[in-house]
Design a protein around this ligand. Structure first.
Ligand code: AMP
Ligand code: FE
Ligand code: FE
Ligand code: ZN
Length: 292
C-alpha cells in the first residue's frame, strides 16, 4: 500500500546508514529524512539489509521507507575489470542465493580491508585493523572506515583527501571480490527486486563502463539509471538521461547520503513521483513499502 500519493512528494532513493559506511544509525537516518522534508527515503547500504529492521522500527509518521541495498558489482568485459554499483530495491531479503552472495562480498571486504591496512603498515603508517573494525561496529566495512582511521591518525584532513591517489584512491587501493554484474541483475530480479545502476557515469570515481554494456544490462533486466547524482557533471547527466530514454529505462535521482562521510545532504537530488510509482509497480518482492 502506498499512502503517500500526491504530486509534490520528495523522494530520495539512495542513502547509507551505519549498517555500511554512513554515519547515522538506521533510526537516525529515517528521522533525518523526515526532518529534511522527504516523503520517501530508500535505505541502500552496501551489500547488506541489516539496516532495514531498525529503520522500520523507527519510521516517523508520514515517511515511506523503500528497502534496498547497493550491491558491489564488477564488469569483466574490460582489463582490469571495472567495479560498479547496482542499487536493488524491494527484493526478498531471504532469497537464499542473494543472501549468500551478500555474505560472501561482506567477508571479502573484510579481508581486503585488512590487506589495505597491511600495505599501509608496511609503509610505516600507523593504522590498526582491529580499531577500524570496532569503529565500523558490525556494519559493512569499506574504504571510508579506513579513511576515518587516516583522519584520526592526522595523516589526512578529510575523507576526500583520503580518497586521493596517494592514499585509498590509488596507491593503497585493492580490488574487492564483487558480484558479476549480469549475475547481480538477474539475481535481484529473481528475488523480486528492481535493479538500478547507481551513478553509472561518475568518471571522477574512476573508470566508467561503455553505453553498450548498459544496453546489454537493460536487455538482461536492468530497470533504471541513476542520473541525478552529485558525482555526475551536467554533461554526464545529460548523456545518461538520453541513454535511459533510448533504452526505455527509468531515470532516478538521489543524494547517496553518507552522513558526515560526505558533504551531500538528504534530498539534495530526488526522483520524480511517476518514476517512483513505476519502480514500485515493477517490484514483486515479498516486502513492500512501509509507510510511517
Ligand atoms: P569501497 O566500497 O570500500 O570500495 O569504498 C567505496 C565507498 O567510498 C563509496 O561507497 C563511497 O561511500 C566512498 N567514496 C568513494 N569515492 C570517494 C571520494 N572520492 N570521496 C569520499 N568518499 C568516497
Ligand atoms: Fe559508500
Ligand atoms: Fe555507490
Ligand atoms: Zn551509495
Amino acid at each position: 500500500m502506498i499512502s503517500d500519493s500526491g504530486p509534490g512528494r520528495r523522494i530520495d532513493l539512495h542513502a547509507h546508514s551505519t549498517a555500511s559506511d554512513g554515519t547515522l544509525s538506521p533510526a537516525e537516518l529515517v528521522r533525518a529524512a523526515a526532518d529534511a522534508g522527504l516523503d520517501v527515503v530508500a535505505i541502500t547500504d552496501h551489500d547488506t539489509t541489516a539496516g532495514w529492521a531498525p529503520a522500520l522500527a523507527a519510521l516517523p509518521a508520514g515517511l515511506s521507507l523503500v528497502r534496498g541495498a547497493e550491491l558491489s558489482c564488477r564488469w569483466f568485459g574490460a582489463d582490469p575489470p571495472v567495479p560498479l554499483h547496482l542499487l536493488a530495491y524491494l527484493f526478498d531479503p531471504d532469497h537464499p542465493e542473494l543472501v549468500a552472495e551478500l555474505a560472501r562480498v561482506r567477508t571479502a571486504r573484510e579481508e581486503r580491508g585488512e590487506r589495505i591496512v597491511d600495505l599501509l603498515r608496511a609503509d610505516g603508517i600507523d593504522v590498526d585493523w582491529a580499531e577500524i573494525l570496532t569503529a565500523a561496529a558490525g556494519g559493512t566495512v569499506g574504504r571510508p572506515h579506513i579513511a576515518q582511521a587516516l583522519i584520526r591518525a592526522g595523516l589526512v584532513g578529510t575523507t576526500s583527501e583520503a580518497f586521493g591517489p596517494d592514499w585509498l584512491g590509488e596507491r593503497y587501493r585493492l580490488p574487492k571480490e564483487d558480484i558479476e554484474v549480469f549475475h547481480a541483475v538477474r539475481l535481484v530480479r529473481a528475488a523480486g527486486g528492481v535493479p538500478v545502476f547507481a551513478h553509472p557515469r561518475a568518471s571522477r570515481r574512476g573508470r566508467v563502463v561503455p553505453d553498450e554494456l548498459i544496453a546489454q544490462l537493460a536487455a538482461a533486466g536492468l530497470a533504471g539509471l541513476e542520473v541525478d547524482h552529485e558525482d555526475h557533471s551536467a554533461e554526464e547527466r545529460a548523456h545518461v538521461r538520453a541513454l535511459a530514454a533510448d533504452l526505455g529505462l527509468l531515470v532516478t535521482g538521489s543524494s547517496d547520503f553518507h552522513g558526515t562521510h560526505k558533504t551531500v545532504r538528504l534530498g539534495a537530488f530526488t526522483t520524480a513521483p511517476d518514476v517512483y510509482e513505476r519502480l514500485v509497480a515493477e517490484a514483486g518482492g515479498v516486502t513492500g513499502i512501509a509507510s510511517g
